[in-house]
Design a protein around this ligand. Structure first.
Ligand code: PEP
Ligand code: MN
Length: 263
């Protein structure tokens, strides 16, 4: 169902008023996690002013350490929804557990399945049945074919509103947090009709590399980016080192313009 042989057209996924896929380049920006009301408002105000099309932030956070901030859960979902509504931006947020699918679907415009859950097949089936657009992130040790078969689970449940996301994979290289596999973008575009985003934040783990890799994503045919920004990255509760400052996000949006106009 994900293959181009089945559907010649490009699938366009609708997040509220925002379209992902087809023509155009969609920028979904926001902090790694929902922290506080003022952090959400200040970060989102800056994102919106610079031209972001959607808002991302996690309420349920998959953290490597059990002692790290795990997210605000339901309170975070409510704050995310309120902030998205205040600034008229659709919201994307991760669902980690099958038991939470219903409540996340109630508050979000799109359900994100994180890299660590890409092959959580019971979660995929439940999300496929939730009737909401999905952002499916590539597992850090998953082949592109594995990502496509994970997406197949969602489509097999009758949900075609699926966006794929390349977010970097584990390789022998340790200079960066992950190795952003941009080869995956033309491959995915050739093999499937689904839109694909690039996450240059988790893909690099390094703020200084986020803008160049976001521009590269636009140049190689991605349908958009999922990018982390924060009103004050050094104070972020998670992923501050890879989060853009508002000024950086503004520079990114300006730099994207000529590239997205050309491709
Ligand atoms: C995120 O988007 O904040 C996230 C946790 O991403 P990933 O699942 O790609 O690590
Ligand atoms: Mn993050």
């Amino acid at each position: 169902l994900v293959s181009r042989e089945m559907h010649a057209h490009d699938t366009v996924v609708r997040l509220g008023k925002v379209a992902v896929g087809g023509r155009g380049f969609t920028v979904i920006a926001g902090p790694c996690a929902v922290e506080t009301e003022s952090q959400m408002r200040n970060t989102t105000r800056a994102a919106k002013a610079a031209g972001a099309h959607g808002l991302r932030a996690g309420a349920f956070k998959p953290r490597t350490s059990p002692y790290a901030f795990q997210g605000h859960g339901l309170e975070g979902l409510k704050l995310l929804r309120a902030t998205g509504d205040e600034f008229d931006l659709p919201v994307v947020t991760e669902v980690m557990e099958t038991a939470d699918v219903e409540v996340v679907a109630e508050y979000a415009d799109a359900l994100q399945i994180g890299a660590r859950n890409m092959q959580n097949f019971s979660l995929l089936k439940a999300v496929g049945r939730a009737g909401k657009p999905v952002v499916l992130k590539r597992g850090m040790a998953a082949k592109v074919e594995d990502l496509l078969l994970a997406a197949e689970y969602l489509l097999a449940e009758g949900n075609e509103q699926v966006i794929l996301c390349e977010r970097g994979i584990r390789t022998f290289e340790t200079a960066t947090r992950n190795t952003l596999d941009l080869n995956a973008i033309p491959y995915i575009k050739q093999k499937t009709h689904l839109p694909v985003l690039v996450d240059p934040s988790h893909g690099t783990g390094v703020r200084d590399f986020v803008i160049p890799m976001a521009l590269a994503a636009a140049a190689c045919g991605a349908d958009g980016i999922l990018v982390e920004m924060h009103e004050n990255p050094p104070a972020a509760w998670s992923d501050g080192a890879q989060s853009l400052y508002p000024e950086g996000f503004e520079r990114l949006m300006a730099a994207l313009e000529p590239i997205t106009a050309a491709v």
